[in-house]
Design a protein. Structure first.
Length: 265
């Protein structure tokens, strides 16, 4: 029987991700370009994933696009789908017992309630950058540290420093003020993580938190945020090395199902 390959493309605000699935169950290739919608990122990510798989666009049985910039891919994708459904499905692919998904992307925070991979309920904060990847980028720049070092640095904190502002602009002023008082950067970072976790937890409680809780999106690579969330939610938070690919993975799963449905396979 011929293998079926489907391509899921997730175009976020800050990164473009692609996953090719073989027969809906096996990851054949993936790619990530760290620029998103409105840039060359989507096209580069598609070229990379096809090259990684040693395949061409014609080898794909079905292509599905999701994410912030999905509508820019009409010429490439057979269908577009909401990132909410794709994240729910992608998290379910990696963690079949997932019930709550916390997705922190570049510009928004999404909390999803999931049952058997299906989206049941959600809450979203997309009006403000606070608590998002963009917010952490700004804080890292002010503190003159690398974003990828935030988790390790916050783990070395020895003193509680409260960062009360949830607005990016005011939080930036607050951090500058703490630096002027010679407050240890590690304590400031821990304070930032606690502040972000508090904001995200507030959103999560509106949906209702049920185990298993899975965190997706680029920010899930920040161990400081994950631990702060575990404290605030009083639930263990699971992550995967594929955390940035969850939306693209879900899109590839849906692409496989749609192909089967349309071809009565």
């Amino acid at each position: 029987m011929k293998d079926i390959y489907t391509l899921g493309i997730d175009i976020g605000s800050t990164a473009s991700k692609c996953v090719i699935l073989k027969n809906g169950t096996e990851i054949a290739a993936k790619s990530l370009i760290s620029v998103g919608a409105g840039t060359s990122g989507p096209q580069r990510a598609i070229e990379d994933v096809l090259e990684n798989a040693g395949m061409t666009h014609d080898d794909m049985a079905y292509v599905l696009a999701t994410g912030y910039g999905r509508n820019s891919l009409d010429h490439v994708a057979d269908k577009q789908m909401s990132e909410l459904s794709c994240h729910a499905q992608g998290a379910y692919f990696l963690f079949p017992d997932v019930r709550t998904v916390i997705d922190i992307g570049g510009q928004d925070v999404k909390i999803l309630r999931v049952e058997n991979g299906n989206l049941i309920n959600f809450q979203m904060n997309d009006k403000c950058a606070a608590g998002t990847g963009r917010f952490l980028d700004v804080m890292a720049r002010v503190l003159e540290v690398k974003v990828e070092d935030l988790g390790a640095l916050s783990a070395q904190s020895t003193k509680h420093v409260g960062i009360s502002s949830t607005c990016t602009v005011f939080a930036e002023s607050e951090v500058i003020s703490q630096l002027a008082q010679a407050t240890d950067k590690r304590d400031i970072i821990k304070g930032i993580h606690t502040s972000v976790a508090g904001r995200v937890a507030g959103l999560a409680h509106r949906v209702g938190i049920q185990d298993k809780v899975v965190m997706t999106g680029g920010v899930a690579q920040n161990t400081g945020i994950v631990s702060a969330l575990e404290e605030q939610l009083e639930h263990e938070v699971f992550t995967s090395p594929l955390t940035q690919y969850v939306g693209a993975l879900g899109a590839a799963v849906f692409a496989y199902r749609l192909y089967q449905k349309e071809n009565k396979a």
